[in-house]
Design a protein around this ligand. Structure first.
Ligand code: DHB
Length: 376
């Protein structure tokens, strides 16, 4: 996304991707795009397929105490929505756009290391097709994820990390089954959280809260469907559509931020700088808003020589990052079962959901965060 935005402003870049093109175009990841992310893709000319194939949702359902409550986000936010379009579909569209524009995209770049960003001459070393290469550049953008090499390359002590690990994970499945609901369902149940999402009108994406470090071997497909059915069960006979499980995995849940998101001429964006627990689907969207700011800052530098926006990059991004952190943490707390809970906490949690689905003020707050706070 960053390379594409830079290209539109006449700025050259090289993308070093450690995986193959096929791997990144098939890997199942997130799937909910905020309104601002959709606008960014459409306005920058890579949204045609997204507009054709994306599923626009105007509401979500919160389900607890065996009944569902719809939050009409569209109405509460004066016309904003979310779009279901898988992250790897966004990746495909962006790869195609970069290649069509003659962009430099090096797949299977190995042994990547970043240097010189503390002074005036940054460079990146990597191996491609067995050959070591060195790439001289003005700036390095670390868009290499939580486990990437950029953040750890910054000298110890230069960054401050803020961290929270949650005592559970999500077991996610992709199933060849038409979604049982037109809109997403976030369910709170005594047995734990469950989420019904989708990728297409034929493919469901479903999640279950499971124990921390749970082994996927303990979850044969039958057990997953039985557990989902229990957590989504209602009094009005709603039924979960089942189908062959195409893919399943377990992810841990963590909140993490480093400050600042920059050191010298190395700028961190997306998961390289921060991760959120998945509840609320903010990860991809935060990455998109980071690179939007970064592209503007580079554009200002290359057009006027001013580093004013580059120097402000971290401050601008972190304000929005922390609000998304707060929202993701809050949604996680409201919808999950914690082992430490006693009966008071359970009653309080139901009261919270009851309040949330009964108060226009509370629903508006949820809706405006869910569709995405404004990008600065
Ligand atoms: C999905 C993931 C989320 O974390 C979420 O809150 C909603 C949907 C998804 O993968 O579809």
């Amino acid at each position: 996304m960053l390379a594409h935005l830079l290209h539109l402003r006449g700025i050259e870049s090289v993308i070093l991707e450690s995986r193959t093109r096929q791997y990144i175009e098939e890997r199942v990841r997130a799937g909910v795009l905020e309104q601002g992310t959709v606008d960014l893709l459409v306005d920058s000319g890579v949204g045609a397929r997204l507009q054709r194939e994306g599923l626009v949702h105007h509401g979500i359902e919160l389900r607890f105490n065996r009944s569902g409550h719809r939050i009409n986000m569209y109405e509460l936010t004066s016309g904003k929505a979310i779009t279901i379009y898988a992250q790897h579909e966004v990746v495909k569209d962006l790869v195609a756009a970069r290649l069509a524009a003659g962009g430099k995209l090096i797949f299977e770049a190995a042994d990547v290391s970043v240097h010189g960003f503390d002074g005036g001459k940054p460079f990146v070393r990597f191996r491609s097709g067995g050959e070591f290469q060195e790439l001289q550049c003005d700036y390095i953008a670390g868009c290499d994820g939580f486990h990437g090499i950029c953040r750890p390359s910054i000298p110890a002590g230069a960054l401050t990390a803020f961290d929270r690990v949650y005592p559970f994970g999500w077991l996610g499945i992709l199933a060849q089954a038409p979604p049982s609901s037109k809109e997403l369902i976030y369910a709170y149940h005594d047995r734990g959280f469950a989420l019904l999402s989708m990728r297409t009108p034929e493919i469901s994406r479903l999640y279950l809260q499971v124990a921390h470090h749970e082994d996927i071997e303990n979850w044969p497909d039958d057990r997953i469907w039985a557990e989902l059915a229990k957590r989504f069960e209602t009094d009005d006979g709603w039924r979960l559509t089942e189908g062959p499980v195409l893919q399943k995995s377990i992810t841990g849940m963590r909140s993490y931020v480093v400050e600042p998101m920059q050191f010298g001429k190395l700028f961190l964006a997306g998961d390289a700088a921060h991760i959120v627990p998945p509840t609320g689907a903010k990860g991809l969207n935060l990455a998109a808003s980071d690179v939007r700011v970064l592209a503007q800052a580079f554009a200002e530098f290359y057009s006027s020589g001013s580093t004013r926006l580059l120097e402000d990059y971290s401050r601008i991004c972190l304000r929005r990052v922390w609000k998304a952190q707060r929202f993701s943490w809050w949604m996680t707390y409201v919808l999950h079962r914690f082992d430490t809970e006693n009966s008071f906490d359970q009653r309080r949690q139901i009261a919270e959901l009851d309040y949330l689905t009964g108060s226009r003020a509370a629903m508006t707050s949820l809706a405006e965060n869910y569709v995405g706070l404004p990008m600065e």
